[in-house]
Each structure stands twice: as structure tokens, then as C-alpha cells.
Design a protein around this ligand. Sequence first.
Ligand SMILES: CSC[C@H]1O[C@@H](n2cnc3c(O)ncnc32)[C@H](O)[C@@H]1O
Ligand SMILES: [Zn+2]
Length: 422
Amino acid sequence: MKILIKNIDIIRCKEEVKVEKNVFVGIENDKIKFISKNFLSDFKADYEIDGKNKLLMPGFINSHTHLPMSLLRSVGSDTSLMDWLYNHIFPKERTLTKNHIYLGSLLTLAEMIKCGTTGINDMYFMAGEVAKAAYDSGIRASIGVNIVGDEFKDNMKLEIKDIYERYNNIDNGRININLAPHAMYTCSKELLKGVLSYAKKLNVSIHTHIAETQDEYNYSMEKFGVSPVKYFDDLGYFDLKVMAAHCVHLNDEDIDIMVRKKVICSHNPTSNLKLASGISPIPKLLKKGAIVTIGTDGCASNNNVNIIEEMHIASLIHKGYNLDPTLVKSSQVLKMATTSGKYIFGINNMGDIKEGYKADLTIIDLNKPHLYPNNDTISNIVYSAQGSDVDTVIVDGKILMEKRELKTIDLEKVYYEIEKIS
Ligand SMILES: CSC[C@H]1O[C@@H](n2cnc3c(O)ncnc32)[C@H](O)[C@@H]1O
Ligand SMILES: [Zn+2]
């Protein structure tokens, strides 16, 4: 499939984030074939997109989410993490069936694609259903198989093996599998050791919640005498690729460990605000050179998966909290929400508009009153844009949404099916 995007402005995310005006972009199969100031007549496109008044940018990557949790939207609002989890969410989650998981995932994926998301890093139970929904939607996904408890039981290994064999690295590497021990306070040390060696055996990455609340930090210090980050480091976790969600309560040594071990931090500001977990030291992490990405967490602690809104909040809270308007600049937050997500997938040539790079792209409609005048495109995208400004979404060279019409998900059918089971 060859797609030609004509006369469009583009955002490139090199060392510096830059805008180039009025170019032609050719896509062939899963990659960007060319970016040119001129029309190349020998590129015979199967499909053309008019880029007038539009902006082409690398697609957004949501680095921490729980797809099926759209079904629990607004459950347990206005409570703290532990109250929310143990008294509201876990009891409801015990009632979910495979069908719920698949349909809830599809609903969230529709919302994500409508907000310009091209890649996700998930964790949930019955992850085979999550993987199936991600596969069906066309999005790029790393799917975490949830693990909790005291011991790494044979049935857990069997579930992981089954999901791994069915989904890992399928569809040109678009879907991959990771192991997702929930957190240090829900998984025993024995279980975590078992998971680590199994992840090494399968050669997959790890996805977990780390240092989300002061309670977790205190629990770790009291029970093990070290912080949550040091606890995972001492277990040898950071010898593997680890996607660490939240990272709110960190000391200076934790930050140094994360930088040295290239831990991928997923910053989830809305969830941290809603559950009153705290504010992650993102400016410090960025200054020290940590890999920082953006995630929404699940719908029940957010209440949406709008990554544009998440960028907006990420760029604002650190300025206000630290009384410093130069922190987490719009160009930095844009990179966090796009380019930096490539580390999750281990694909070097993605997260930018560049020849030979993956065609995981988002097109924004600039013809909106709140995006006018366009004095500074990057600032406008972070501080003014809305999810509904996303016009077209392309993943691996395939169009998932065009002119806001979803191509891979029948949303009316999803609503209908959810009504039947809710
Ligand atoms: C490991 S499967 C997902 C598991 O995590 C729960 N969850 C959702 N959001 C959070 C959060 O912010 N901190 C901790 N746990 C969370 C979800 O309800 C599932 O049970
Ligand atoms: Zn989470």
C-alpha cells in the first residue's frame, strides 16, 4: 500500500523539535518512504490525503494503561489508591469475564485512536483478550500479562506461555508481550524472582507499578529497608527492560539508579492527581537524562485515555508545583508522548517523521478556532489542542481513522455489545 500526504506541515522530533511547512510525505507499506518539498511524480500512490490546514506528527504512545478499565470508568472516584483498589476496583474486577475484557479493551482503543494514539503499553489480567482487541484494532501494542500473589504457580506460567505463543511479535512485530507483576505490595519476593527468570527465558520486558504512593514507599522501607526502586534493582529487575509506571516517590539514589539502568518511566499525572498519590519529580528525572514517557493509567483513575490532555497536564503541573515556568517545556512533553515511547517497543526507527521510519502517524486538523492563529505550532498542540482535533491516524502504514471515521472498530457495535452485558 502506498499513501501520499500532500501539502502538509510536519513536526520532526530530532534533538530539537521542529516544524516544517508544506511538504509531501510518501508512505510505502509500513514505512515513511520520502519527505519532499516537491511533488515526486514517479511515486504512484494507491491513496492520497490532502494535508491543507493539517499537521502531521509522530503518533502518540500511551506508556501505561489498563485497556479494559473503561468499563469501570468513574468507579470509586474521590478515594485514595488503596481504598480505590481494595474497596471498589478489585471487587468489581472479580466479576469481569473474557467478553467484558475484550469489549472494554475495544472501547478504550476506539477512544485512544480518536485522540491520536498509535502505540500503547498495557497490563491486565486475561491479557489474551486484551491482545486480541489490540490486534483487531490495528494499534501497536505491548501487552502485559498481569501477575499477582505469593508464588509463581504453574497455571500462571501456562497462561503466559499460551499468550506469548499466540501473540508475541505477530503482524510485522506490531504486537508484543511483556510480563506485568502488578506491584511490590501485591507480589511476594519469591513471585517476583520467578517472574524475572521467566521473563529472561522468554526474552521479554517487564511492566510494573513502582513508587506510586507514600504508603508504598513506607511499606517498602519498613518491610525491606529499601525504597521500591532499590528493591526492584536489588532483585536484578533492571538488568531487563522495565517500564515503571508512576515513579512518584523517588529519592536521589532512586533517580540515579533509573538513569543508570535506563528504566523507562511512565509519567501518569492525571491518575496521580485524582488518587492524590503525589507529583513525580519529572524535572529532576529529565535533567539527569532518564527516559520519561507519558501514560494515562486506566480509565477509572483518569477518567479518560486522552493523551493530548495528559501532555497538557504534564506540562502544567511541574511549572506550578515548582514555581518555574521553564520546566517540562512543550517540546519536551511532546517528545515524552511520542519519540520516547519507541524504547517500549525496542524499535529504533520510530517516533519521528523521517525516511525509513515506521509510518505510525497522527494528523491534526489545524482549522479550529482554538488553534488559531498558529504563532507556535508546538505550543498550540500542547496547550490548546483537544483530542477531537485528531483527524487521521496511521499505524504501520495502515489507516485506522480518517476524517475521524474509525476504520477498524465498529463503535456502535461495541456500545451495543457492552449494553447487553453490563
Ligand atoms: C496488573 S493488572 C492491572 C491491575 O492494576 C490495577 N490498577 C489500575 N490502576 C492502578 C494504579 O494506579 N495503581 C495500582 N494498580 C492499579 C487494576 O485495577 C488491575 O487490577
Ligand atoms: Zn496502572
